[in-house]
Each structure stands twice: as structure tokens, then as C-alpha cells.
Write a protein that binds this ligand. Structure first.
Ligand SMILES: Nc1ncnc2c1ncn2[C@@H]1O[C@H](COP(=O)(O)OP(=O)(O)OP(=O)(O)O)[C@@H](O)[C@H]1O
Ligand SMILES: [Mg+2]
Length: 344
């Protein structure tokens, strides 16, 4: 029953009670009939007026209760709006305060859950993306061995490279398992250690050595003497180089060179990877680092890919305190430059 009807019922009950008493008083001649009429009339008028006054007094309470109920419904639907302007009655004002506190805490917890869910999803898509590179590399190296394209001496080199890629795959799948099975992201900060630029670049290029050989690609590496190492996260730097070299090879035709240059500007090391391929228009250059963005879908059907490589590289380089720049012109090629602080 609604509160308004409850008030009405209580006054109706009081009226019926008085009328019954008056009726029996007349019956046993305690009252005269005229007096009974007057008393009844006075009671009726008094109860009606009292009802309206009580109703007016209860109106703020009724409004507060309606507000609380509306906000509870909204909360159930995931809208974390606080309740404003409930001052009376005191008990409801306290309830509203508690409700607001609960809403605030719930909003915080939900934001936290969503953030860690987003982080987890990003990590899973990044790891799934990175697993592709060693798989492709292993496949092409095994194909080359099976097709007898590798001489006896080179075979050992290829097998070593396959072993390295397999180890990398196992490392990536462990990370993926951590995320999907234990539902926990590795909380520890990436370890900062000396990452030798030449060694890391050669390791990244080695992953593509079969493709480089099959496509007859000249690889030019030109590192200034000061370009030695950065104190950074080795795995992160690796992933950036892998992704940029993969793109340079993917978006330039066989036979064209890939140039890797390195220079140092005091406390920053600049590594640029240049290709002489299809290039990227100026307008597209502003979007290529976005998640899942791929330039002109029809053009890209030919190349395959998910549009994650540059996004991942950009995210990693940001955590390492650096940035990636692009210079490109359509039909002539692109240069991606990674700026990494020597000490992070
Ligand atoms: N060196 C390059 N030359 C020309 N276009 C490039 C180059 N690098 C990136 N792009 C363009 O930028 C887009 C985004 O690159 P990104 O590496 O993020 O994704 P992808 O290569 O399409 O897929 P994947 O997730 O497998 O790396 C690509 O689709 C491509 O069109
Ligand atoms: Mg890519």
C-alpha cells in the first residue's frame, strides 16, 4: 500500500471508531441525536483537514522516498549518480548520505575492475599479436630447410634461430597463460638493464633472415660509434624493433633495401628504420598509431595484419620514456624513428 493511502486509512479508521462510539452513545441514550450529528460532522471535517495537513507534512518524505527508489533503480542499471537535496526527514537524509557513499565506492570499484579488464584485454591482444612473428619466422625457416635452400653450414644457423624463436614463443605463451589462467597481470615493473642496440637489432633482423634472403634484400646498418646501449626493458625494445622491421619488409617490394641508422643526441638514442616501399600519405600518418587502424583496407588485404603493430610499439616506447616518429611519402617509402632515452 502507498504511504499516502496508509495515512488516509488511519484517518478513516479513527473516523469509523468515533462514529461507532457516537452510535452506541445515542443507542444507550448517553447523547441526544442532535449532539451526535454535530459531533459526527465536527469529526468528519476535523479528520479531512487533519488528513490534508498530514499529507502536506509528509510530502517531502514521499518525494525523498521516490528519489531514493529512482536512484536505486539507476544504480542497478550501472549509473552511479549521487542523490542530491534530501534534507528531511533526518533518517532519510542519513540514508541518502549512506547511499551516496555506497554509490561512490561502487563507482570506484567498477572503474577499477574495468581498468584492469581493459589492461588485460590489451595485454592479451598484444601478446597474441607478438606470437605471430616467431611462428611465421619458424615456418619460413623450416620451409627453407625442407626445400634444400640452405647449405650445410647455414643449417646450424637456421636451427639456432628456430631454437631462439621457439624459446621466445614459450616465453610469450607463459605470459599469455598468466593472463588467461591466473587472471592476473604481471605487476612488476619492466626490469631496466643495459640493452645493446647492435645485438638487439641483429636479433630482430635475424628473425626475418629467411624472408630477407628469399626476397634478396640488401640490409644496411649504420650505427654511430656512440650508439651503444640504452638502460631499458630489453623485451620492450625487442618488440619495437621486431614490429618496425616487420612493417618495413611487409610494405616494401622484394629487392628493395632496408636501411637501419642509429645516432646519439646526448641522452637520447635515435634508431631509424627506412624502407623504399608504398609509403603512407600525410593524412594517414596521423592515424597509423591508433589501435587496430590499417591504412586503406583494400590496399591492406594484400598484406594482411591486424593494425596492432604500431599501436603496441607506441605504447611500449611511451612506457620506456621515448617516442616514435614517422616520415613518409606515398610511393617512395617510409622512415620510422625510435627515440629512446639512454637512461630510463
Ligand atoms: N613501413 C610502412 N610502410 C607503409 N605503410 C606502413 C608501414 N608501416 C605501417 N604502415 C601502415 O600503417 C598501418 C598500421 O601498421 P601496424 O603495424 O599497426 O598494423 P599492420 O602492419 O597492418 O598489422 P600488424 O598488427 O600485423 O602489424 C598498416 O596497416 C600500414 O598500412
Ligand atoms: Mg605491422
Amino acid at each position: 500500500m502507498k504511504l499516502r493511502n496508509l495515512i488516509l486509512a488511519s484517518y478513516a479508521f479513527a473516523l469509523i471508531l468515533v462514529m461507532t462510539i457516537v452510535f452506541f452513545s445515542v443507542k444507550y441514550m448517553i447523547f441526544q441525536t442532535e449532539i451526535a450529528y454535530i459531533v459526527s460532522l465536527i469529526m468528519l471535517v476535523a479528520c479531512t483537514i487533519a488528513f490534508f495537513f498530514s499529507y502536506l507534512l509528509f510530502l517531502p518524505t514521499l518525494r525523498s522516498i521516490t528519489k531514493l527508489s529512482k536512484h536505486s533503480n539507476q544504480l542497478a542499471r550501472g549509473h552511479f549518480e549521487p542523490i542530491a537535496n534530501i534534507r528531511s526527514p533526518k533518517e532519510l537524509a542519513e540514508l541518502a548520505r549512506d547511499f551516496n557513499y555506497m554509490t561512490e565506492r561502487l563507482a570506484e570499484s567498477f572503474a577499477q575492475i574495468k581498468k584492469s579488464e581493459d589492461e588485460k584485454n590489451t595485454m592479451i591482444s598484444q601478446l597474441s599479436h607478438d606470437i605471430q612473428t616467431p611462428i611465421t619466422s619458424i615456418k619460413s625457416q623450416i620451409d627453407a630447410i625442407m626445400d634444400d635452400m640452405v647449405s650445410g653450414d647455414e643449417k646450424l644457423l637456421y636451427l639456432e634461430s628456430i631454437q631462439n624463436q621457439a624459446m621466445r614463443l614459450s616465453q610469450l605463451s607463459t605470459e599469455l597463460l598468466d593472463l588467461t589462467v591466473t587472471q592476473e597481470r604481471k605487476k612488476q615493473k619492466p626490469t631496466s638493464k643495459k640493452v645493446w642496440i647492435d645485438k638487439t637489432l641483429v636479433a630482430a633482423l635475424n628473425s626475418f633472415q629467411v624472408q630477407i634472403k628469399l626476397e634478396d634484400r640488401p640490409i644496411e646498418i649504420d650505427l654511430d660509434d656512440e650508439v651503444l646501449f640504452v638502460c631499458s626493458d630489453e623485451e620492450g625494445v625487442n618488440r619495437i624493433f621486431y614490429n618496425l622491421i616487420a612493417n618495413a619488409l611487409k610494405y616494401s617490394p622484394p629487392g628493395t633495401p632496408i636501411k637501419v641508422k642509429g645516432k646519439s643526441t646526448g641522452d637520447v638514442i635515435q634508431i631509424s628504420i627506412q624502407d623504399f616501399g608504398i609509403g603512407i600519405s600525410e593524412e594517414e600518418q596521423t592515424h597509423i598509431f591508433e589501435r587496430l587502424y590499417r591504412v586503406d583496407k583494400s590496399r591492406n588485404q594484400k598484406y594482411g595484419g591486424t593494425g596492432l603493430g604500431l599501436y603496441i610499439s607506441q605504447e611500449i616506447v611511451k612506457t620506456l620514456g621515448g617516442n616514435i616518429e614517422v616520415e613518409s611519402s606515398l610511393g617512395h617509402g617510409s622512415t620510422f624513428t625510435v627515440n629512446l632515452p639512454i637512461k630510463h
